[in-house]
Structure formats: C-alpha cells, structure tokens
Design a protein around this ligand. Structure first.
Ligand code: SF4
Length: 251
C-alpha cells in the first residue's frame, strides 16, 4: 500500500478508535455517575448536545418563518446556514432511506435556497455579480476553448453561451465557465462576488450552494435533453429572472 492510501486507511482506523473511545468514555461516565467529576462532565456534554439541537431547531424554524414571510431575520441567517450545512447530508440520506429520489431532494433544497436568497432582500451591486455556468452548456463540437477565456466564444449562436455573454454584458456581471466544483470555488475566491447566479444540474448546484458559504447563490437548473453533461440547455429567461432577483434584493 503506497503512502497516499496509507494516510486514508490510517485515518479510518483512527476514526474507529476515536468512536470506540467516545463510546467507552460515555459508558464509563454513565456507570460511575456517583463520582462528582463524572457528573460535571456528563452535565457539560448534555448541555453542549442540547444547545446544538436548540440552535439547529432554531435554524429550521428561521427557515420556515423566512419562507412564510418572504423575509429573513438577519441575526438568524447564520443559524439557518448552520442548520442547512449540518442537516443537508442527513436529509439526503433519510430521503434515500424512504425511497425518495435524491434529485427530488436536491431540487427541493435548491428551491428553498432560492426562496431564502429572495427573502434576504440584500441588493447585490452591479459589478459584484457573477454568473457561473457549466462547461456542458457549450456545443460539444465547438472548437473554441471558453473555460480559460469566455471571449474566445465567436457567438455563432449554436449554443446558449452567446446569449449568456450578452446577458452578462447587459448586467455588467462577470461570466465564468467552470468544468467542476474545484474551478467554481476558485472563481468565487478570485472574483469575490457579492452574489452568484449559478447554472448546473441538481447535484452540482446543491454542492455549489453549500460551498459558497455566506455568498448568496440563486440556482438555475439546466435541462439535459442529450443526457447528462452533453450539450445541456438553460432558459435564458429564468437566468435573467434570477439576476433581477439577486440585484434587486428579491422585491
Ligand atoms: S456560441 Fe458558438 S462559438 Fe460560442 S461557445 Fe457556443 S458554439 Fe462555440
């Protein structure tokens, strides 16, 4: 086994020992509750767990209230994000356990996210908006390399990249084409936008929204008439609506 694989396998074994240690420690504390120090540790652990649950429950409540009122309560934005971050993988797992298609769960997450961005009513200034699009929107037979520089597009109209360039010019937004999550994250850290309109499939959009952290992202799903990742399409009207929403602060 080479060094790279040894690291991960080593961490797996260490994680197992860590979990076993936690269980053994918990068991020891519970079976020796008469010792004062153990009582204090148990109480501290209980308070920490209950506090975490209370914060996450508050985050869920804040999400529901924000959707119902179409308006977020700014001091609760952080706990809404925390609830989303912590519970999103659990929600996808539970959905799969109950036989709910994960794409349906991702679509629902994106719809909730878009409602929350709309409800935040934070205006994103011109020049601070980024439109992030996937490479698969480009016609697969196009010889021009647009990932490095979007201006290499000759605007022939064989794919929607031409329309997206015109849209970005009209709104003075930065348009970037990403081949995956790594490049998308790199663009966000380089451009430092205050708002993003991202086009992608359900999985990439959900992941991208999570990765963007505090930067609001309006998600627009692409359609895949030729199957995944090949000559995909997007409604320019929907992209424009998302731009208007994020620029005007969800009026
Ligand atoms: S509009 Fe034409 S030149 Fe531009 S990316 Fe699409 S196919 Fe290529």
């Amino acid at each position: 086994m080479n060094t790279r694989k040894r690291l991960y396998v080593g961490l797996l074994v260490a994680s197992l020992f860590f979990l076993a240690g936690l269980l053994a420690g918990g068991w020891y504390l519970l079976t020796n509750r008469n010792i004062m120090l153990n009582r204090v540790i148990l109480l501290a652990a209980l308070v920490a767990v209950v506090s975490l649950f209370a914060v996450i429950a508050g985050g869920i409540l804040a999400i529901v209230v924000a959707i119902a009122r179409s308006k977020t309560i700014p001091p609760f934005d952080g706990i809404m994000r925390l609830a989303n971050q912590v519970l999103f993988p659990v929600a996808v797992f539970l959905g799969r356990t109950f036989g709910i298609d994960k794409e349906r769960v991702w679509r629902s997450f994106i719809a909730v996210n878009n409602s929350l961005v709309r409800a935040q009513k934070n205006r994103v200034p011109l020049y601070k908006l980024m439109i992030l699009v996937p490479h698969c929107l480009q016609n697969s037979e196009c010889p021009h390399k647009i990932t490095a520089n979007i201006n290499n597009c000759k605007k022939c109209g064989k794919c929607c990249i031409k329309d997206l360039i015109e849209l970005a010019d009209r709104y003075r937004a930065t348009l970037k084409v990403a081949t995956g999550g790594t490049l998308a994250r790199k663009y966000i850290s380089e451009v430092r936008p205050q708002g993003v309109v991202a086009i992608a499939c359900e999985r990439d959009l959900s992941q991208g929204i999570q990765d963007a952290g505090v930067v609001p992202v309006m998600g627009v799903l692409n359609s895949r008439p030729n199957g995944p990742c090949l000559n995909t399409e997007v409604s320019i009207d929907e992209v424009e609506k998302a731009i208007e929403t994020i620029l005007k602060g969800g009026t």
